[in-house]
Design a protein around this ligand. Sequence first.
Ligand SMILES: C[S@@+](CC[C@H](N)C(=O)[O-])C[C@H]1O[C@@H](n2cnc3c(N)ncnc32)[C@H](O)[C@@H]1O
Length: 181
Amino acid sequence: MHALGYRCITAMDISATAIGLMQAGDQDKEGIEYMVGDARKMDSLPDNLFDGIFDKGCADSLICGYRTTDDVVDMFHECCRVLRPSGVFLCVSHGAPDARMHMFEHEGLQWLTNVIPIHGSEGLNVYVSTKWTQEEIEAAERQRLDDIESTISMRTRSTTFSHSTRSRRGIMHQNRIVYAM
Ligand SMILES: C[S@@+](CC[C@H](N)C(=O)[O-])C[C@H]1O[C@@H](n2cnc3c(N)ncnc32)[C@H](O)[C@@H]1O
């Protein structure tokens, strides 16, 4: 990325040894900040910080670990959080779409993912996740709150119906159908 002209780069790895080696090799390069950190929990970084995130091998190494899918999903949620709206997360992976897409499409991830297979690369794919725009995020949040509100109101009406039926008839109503309200 530096060779392509980018000059505001944060390079992160969980291994202090890896970061030390990279830093030693890049001493002459300006505009790279090195950070030892866990991609699953980037607490020191604020929301919507980066224009783009590039992963080559981190998600694939997490999938080989103890918590497998959970670790990758945690990493994706954190990447999505620190990515600005309309920003892009690029993930180079040996995982085929049928083994990876369910993690990119995990509930709550505010991005849309497309896959680009790299032909002649023995199964490498680039997953391109574009974070929703601010308007899309706000619309999804409004929809979520509306859904919660209508669920609560449905439950409240159902309870009222159920109680009043019982007191009126003095018996347990046999056909309590929540959705009929
Ligand atoms: C396959 S290597 C790829 C390294 C480098 N991106 C490259 O292409 O040469 C995977 C890297 O992910 C790092 N890693 C594993 N789990 C991590 C985590 N939770 N957070 C950040 N880095 C992690 C490892 O320390 C390792 O350096």
